[in-house]
Design a protein around this ligand. Structure first.
Ligand SMILES: *Cc1c(COP(=O)(O)O)cnc(C)c1O
Length: 352
């Protein structure tokens, strides 16, 4: 079947009617990958069934496209000519792409020096006006919230309810891919907390059962875990470098309702999980995306989650090529050899 994008695929569950002109890049329908080697590493011989929802395979390389098709479709329907967002990078790239497709002007505010290279490259190429602000994501969000009160420009951050409407379709897909039921646990990184809120909406609406939610925050940017705003959030996982999440209250409610857990993991633990994903499963993600795996490992190790015969889904939010600089800086350097077979043979035999 030809996949039409998430709005057409799940229209009965979304607040759009047949007349709506849909702005889509055929986002969604991402693979749910069984991860047996990683499962065996995290919880040997427990019968854990671990799955990776690889959202990095969306059109602009992150789950943000699910929400953006809905937000831009609605903005066009309301007659908007310009859209704006604050972003750690992926919302900006997604807004830029969907705005280009709709012929809208797009402004994106990003924290100076803290946006991963692949995200910046995409925003610029899609033709967005990239404004680098001398502050954090949280400062940028405060600015865009105010400017939309004064100027005729549509806000497409996840405080826009249409974003959550689109993003909740990830939960529908997971239930469909598991044969019509929800997993026991659903693990994901938490930054601005839009995604955890949207997934919970989706599971509740779809009626195929409810998972318990496990949210992971980076230790240097863990306001929900600590119960207070973090003034200077810092983490290698730039996509979740957020100190004052816009969907904080909704996230806490979702966690409570699901009997869930939110926990903080160190940057070292995030990077260790990020390497495991690549080396055990061949799945390359940006660092923030490994936070759900790091949180799951921590909770299994601490005995808080019993993996025995459980079905657990981890959402991998963004593609590894988003952040090539972090990847290269944490890798070994390539071996250089003269261009002849003897050198290659010598290398092979001396490096068993
Ligand atoms: C946006 C984003 C997150 C965080 O999602 P929230 O909805 O802000 O909690 C995590 N990982 C990646 C790659 C993202 O782009």
């Amino acid at each position: 079947m030809k996949w039409p994008g998430i709005i057409a695929a799940y229209r009965p569950y979304l607040p759009f009617d047949d007349q709506t002109q849909i702005i889509t890049l055929n986002e969604g329908n991402t693979p749910l990958i069984r991860a047996n080697r990683l499962a065996e590493h995290l919880a040997p011989r427990t019968g854990l069934k671990l799955y990776l929802k690889y959202e990095g395979l969306n059109p602009t390389g992150s789950f943000k496209d699910r929400g953006m098709t809905a937000a831009i479709t609605q903005a066009v329907q309301e007659g908007a000519k310009s859209v704006i967002c604050a972003s750690t990078g992926n919302t900006a790239a997604s807004a830029a792409a969907y705005a280009a497709r709709a012929g809208l002007r797009c402004l994106v505010l990003v924290p100076e020096g803290k946006i991963a290279l692949g995200k910046l490259a995409a925003c610029l190429t899609y033709g967005a006006e990239v404004i680098s602000i001398q502050g954090s994501f949280d400062d940028g969000l405060a600015m865009v919230r105010e400017i939309v009160q004064r100027q005729p420009v549509a806000l497409v951050n996840s405080i826009n309810p249409w974003r959550l409407e689109g993003q909740k379709t990830g939960a529908f897909e997971i239930c469909d891919q598991l044969g019509g039921r929800a997993p026991d646990w659903h693990c994901l990184p938490v930054g601005n907390a839009g995604n955890i809120t949207a997934y919970w909406m989706g599971y509740k609406q779809y009626g195929k059962g409810l998972p318990r939610l496990l949210g992971g925050q980076a230790m240097g940017a863990a306001p929900i875990v600590r119960g207070e705003v973090v003034q200077q959030p810092e983490t290698v996982a730039t996509a979740i470098r957020i100190g004052n999440p816009a969907r904080w209250r909704e996230a806490v409610q979702a966690l409570d309702e699901s009997g869930g857990i939110i926990t903080a993991v160190s940057d070292d633990d995030i990077l260790a999980a990020w390497k495991l994903l690549a080396r055990l499963e061949g799945v390359f993600v940006e660092p923030a995306s490994a936070t759900g795996i790091a949180a799951l490992k921590q909770q299994i190790d601490q005995g808080e989650i019993d993996p025995t015969d459980k079905t657990i889904v981890c959402v991998l939010t963004g593609h590894g090529l988003k952040d090539p600089e972090t990847a290269v800086s944490h890798a070994t350097t390539p071996v250089t050899l003269p261009a002849n077979t003897d050198s290659l043979e010598q290398y092979l035999t001396t490096h068993p």
